[in-house]
Design a protein around this ligand. Sequence first.
Ligand SMILES: Nc1nc2c(c(=O)[nH]1)N[C@H]1C(S)=C(S)[C@@H](COP(=O)(O)OP(=O)(O)OC[C@H]3O[C@@H](n4cnc5c(=O)[nH]c(N)nc54)[C@H](O)[C@@H]3O)O[C@H]1N2
Ligand SMILES: Nc1nc2c(c(=O)[nH]1)N[C@H]1C(S)=C(S)[C@@H](COP(=O)(O)OP(=O)(O)OC[C@H]3O[C@@H](n4cnc5c(=O)[nH]c(N)nc54)[C@H](O)[C@@H]3O)O[C@H]1N2
Ligand code: SF4
Ligand SMILES: [Mo]
Length: 880
Amino acid sequence: MSTIRTTCPYCGVGCGVLATPGTDGSMTIKGDPDHPANFGRLCSKGSALGETLALDDRLRHPEIGGTRATWDTALDLVAKRFRETIIAHGPDSVAFYVSGQILTEDYYAANKLMKGFIGSANIDTNSRLCMASSVAGHVRAFGADTVPVCYDDIEQADLVVLVGSNLAWCHPVLFQRLEAARETRGTKIVVIDPRETATCSIADLHLAIAPGTDVPLFNGLLAAIAGAKTKTKARKFIDTHTTGSADAFQTARGMPIETIAETTGLSLVELRAFYELFVATERTVTIYSQGVNQSSAGTDKVNAIINCHLATGRIGTPGAGPFSVTGQPNAMGGREVGGLANMLAAHMSLTDAEHRRIVQSYWRSPVIADKPGLKAVDLFRAVGDGRIKALWIMATNPVDSMPEADTVAAALTACPFVVVSDVARHTDTTKYAHVLLPALGWGEKDGTVTNSERRISRQRAFTPAPAEARADWWQMAEVAGRMGFGKEFGWTSAHEVFVEYAGLTAHENNGRRDLDLGDLATIDSAAYDALQPVQWPRGQQRFFAVGDFFTPDRKARFVATPYRPPALATDDTYPFVLNTGRVRDQWHTMTRTGKTARLSAHIAEPFLEVQRDDAARLGLVAAGIAQVTSRHGQVLLRVVVSERQRRGSVFAPLHWTDQFSSQGRVDTLIAGNVDPVSGQPELKAMPVAVAPFAAQWYGLAVSLGMPETGGAAYWARSRAGVGWKVEMAGVEAPVDWQAHARALAGVGDEVSWISYHDAPTGQFRSCAYDGDRLVAAFFAARQPVAVDRSWLTALLGSNISEAVERGVVLAGRAKVSAQNKGPIVCVCFDVGRDQIVESLRGGCRTVVDVGTSTTAGTNCGSCRSEIKRLIDSTLVATPA
Ligand SMILES: Nc1nc2c(c(=O)[nH]1)N[C@H]1C(S)=C(S)[C@@H](COP(=O)(O)OP(=O)(O)OC[C@H]3O[C@@H](n4cnc5c(=O)[nH]c(N)nc54)[C@H](O)[C@@H]3O)O[C@H]1N2
Ligand SMILES: Nc1nc2c(c(=O)[nH]1)N[C@H]1C(S)=C(S)[C@@H](COP(=O)(O)OP(=O)(O)OC[C@H]3O[C@@H](n4cnc5c(=O)[nH]c(N)nc54)[C@H](O)[C@@H]3O)O[C@H]1N2
Ligand code: SF4
Ligand SMILES: [Mo]
């Protein structure tokens, strides 16, 4: 088989991928040098895609009530239960909850079935947790959900402002493009984020803003712009192409700069430095992401940013504009088809009678939804209180990713009928399904996705589907057919769905709507298969340089944005603000990235990052365990003490689930407070209490088999080397350590154990050998176990015959320091922190030096910002 061109299934950068199957069943993954998103680059997650294709824990067959069923039986049951529920309780008693990770074709099918045939708008998506505030802000300002800029602009800008975006970890290839542009043109970079993130490694200015205070910061900027000697170009843009500036300026001027400083926690010097830089730099791009969107003032934050671009006329020209980067691979495609509960389809509005007529006539549908459906948080509340009685969840894991996650789980328990379409058999959501439908995964499915810059790319199949897995659009179409709508859902291929969708975007359009894919509506199946990445609108990279917005008067709207603090304030009981987000090498709920040892080597546990003084005051020790509680729930997380947090703020990743940890689901803590315009929940500012967890013992187990967790209060399991690793902490120590070690390891009784036990100090160590081969090891202590994890996992599965060496392993100490890698920084070449620090001691001074000496950072480049940070901290500590 030859090389297949496809698109990465992770983030919204939408990198082109070349997949080449080997004769041994392996898959070689490379960046596509011809794809205009990445020009051959891939980040750590993209590079490791070949390792996530293993079929273990795939959902292979439909199941009803946990028992294997045929597709016919399962689909009949879904159709029957949905139909019966609608007949008895009306169309609004059913709902779909879908995802920015399904393809445009899947999304189109789901949206068409719900809004045009069932006749309800109760279809919402995880994009509600992700892009809803950007969508709402765009619609308020531009009259449509239009992204005005493209990736080239990042390279052509002289100033890039990153607001609530950890681009280095979350859009790594865009970060690399920015980094490269900065090398050549000296781009200034400002990062606005309460935390010091990896992205700050290239920042000229980092504004460690108080959580949730972006609106006053940007209001202050707007006032500074208004007060600056007005440039005629900007004045002309405001006068000709916008309305509402007076109101917005007045609101912006309402807060004196001293109050802004106090509110944001920034100094006057910092504020002025930022404002002067912005005012002076014509070519400015403002990139923003979840620090903006996931807020109870998310839509205002978006408009406060857009206001500053309108006021300077910096929009739609090379190197200038507000840029909301999308999270998921098809977040943009979902917005295009209209997958949100408050949209209709193809950038048309539910509340516009003319739009409804256009869509209904095209769909030839019996009904058309005429009012917005329930948005995610309300949707699950309606499931919980019985208003929604049948729910179909597709390609998302709400039991982990929704706020008030335990309430979501309870709602699913109470719901009479839950269907889940997924690729994984075991997730925290599949547990609650009455019917499980196996979906095609990446590399098996076929269709299109749209990236952050409106570029449509093909995902192509290059490997056969496991067992009976079928495409998501096919599942939707089959159920539609069985509900009696077969005529309008008779597609036989993704191509047929795509051209129908493209036709809708062009239907009665005549230039009135931004989204028009008319020229793709007639492509044949061969042209669809060969489709090159295309940006819309065709032949135009940008929007709005000369105004012509999608509002009735074709003018953009300034929106006055008075400051509202986060929905919940801290108090004596819950004195810390919990911020949540992503780590470099994991993707959301880890159903795919958690399968690879390489991606798990970077960060293998759910953690809480705490500022040093806060940690000292709370009695938290580095690598100890913290108990974090809120009004909604409780979690246990590994403590990371750092200088990179603000005082009073703590950070935890969203990724860990019950599949990988004992109590790592951070969304159990978070209240479902939403932005009043977008309905997007506040996921970055939850008051919590933090206390040390009184662990009496800590344990570390590695094993070739999947180790048990032995009932420890805290555990986190990950792939490691050729096997597994479990970290543990507990209150009551096991009575018989040796029996405990055996029970954990899961490697059978045939192995021989070498152990060391020092009861008075609570030290227990034990290694299991099968002949010469190290097959498991268990270390326990009263303090966090101090063993180099990467050294130990590298030994797992290898032959160790010398008594001396076995003694070294049992002692948990690497023999020579060169073997000590420390925590892995570069996952491509398995280079650890200690090796990098060693190379710095050996004279390396730059990221390039370190790369030459250790190979770290020379493949995907995702770790270069961390290497930079190590250089900064190490060289300051040990000057040459
Ligand atoms: N590695 C990896 N990459 C991913 C993903 C993944 O799971 N893993 N997921 C993808 C998806 S779906 C998305 S949506 C994107 C998200 O990409 P990002 O939005 O870049 O990622 P997050 O870590 O969620 O949050 C960004 C930053 O917002 C900051 N922040 C918190 N509160 C505030 C505030 O009040 N103001 C400001 N200015 N900043 C604040 C946080 O400290 C955090 O560093 O990433 C995509 N890329
Ligand atoms: N606290 C907190 N919570 C958050 C966030 C945060 O920053 N903080 N971020 C929010 C954001 S921005 C997002 S996007 C969400 C993400 O949250 P989720 O969408 O819940 O996370 P995923 O793990 O991506 O879930 C995708 C599911 O679909 C399955 N899947 C993968 N491919 C396919 C396919 O082709 N078809 C089907 N049917 N299934 C498939 C996967 O196995 C997995 O179970 O989390 C949100 N929740
Ligand atoms: S930046 Fe990384 S995760 Fe995002 S699309 Fe590119 S390779 Fe995939
Ligand atoms: Mo997202």
